[in-house]
Design a protein around this ligand. Sequence first.
Ligand SMILES: [Zn+2]
Length: 226
Amino acid sequence: MQVKGHDVSGTIYVYSICSHHSSHFSAMKFLYLFTFLCWATSLEVATQCPGVELVSRAEWGAKPRKGERENITEPVDYVIIHHTAGQECSNFDRCALIVRGIQNYHMNDRGWDDIGYSFLIGGNGQVFIGRDWGTVGAHTYHYNSVAYGISFLGTFIDHLPTEKAMDAAKKLIQCGVDQGFIKADYGLYGHRDAGCTECPGKKFYESLSSWDKWHAKGTIPKYCAQ
Ligand SMILES: [Zn+2]
């Protein structure tokens, strides 16, 4: 049973529940159900992560990306934590509105193909799928091809994200490791480790030192050109 695969066009499909060959589910109603599930899950990779409430791009109202998706080479060595340096939110409607605004900013003002972050996390612990697993992002100069970028909605200079948000990030990272998107011996960093930025906020950055795999790859080069 395969968890993921790439078709000729580069799109990633989730096969784990998509096999129609299982003799355990021969009844037509199961076949119909699985056919529907396969259709529903074929658009995105991050369909399931235990204990994580994932919000699909369709659910948050994403615009389609521009241009071709660029495959990331998996599993990656790094996970880089960001904040959005904007407003916080605590419910789906508000968080989805902010995420749509970030996508507009990244695509219209920065000229990128899509929202830059791999994932974004709201104060209510919901994880909004950005570029998703499997795709090169636009979040950390010089590291986009070797790292996933997880961004917390808010500005965390003098206070921390909610426990729900931080717990969701830890579970998301573990899910990425379990599903083969992130190396088991990955290193966790804040954006400021890799670039000349305040991101992900002083207070939050300092607290990250207690997280698993913090700086596990040692000091990483810092690139200040944007
Ligand atoms: Zn950042």
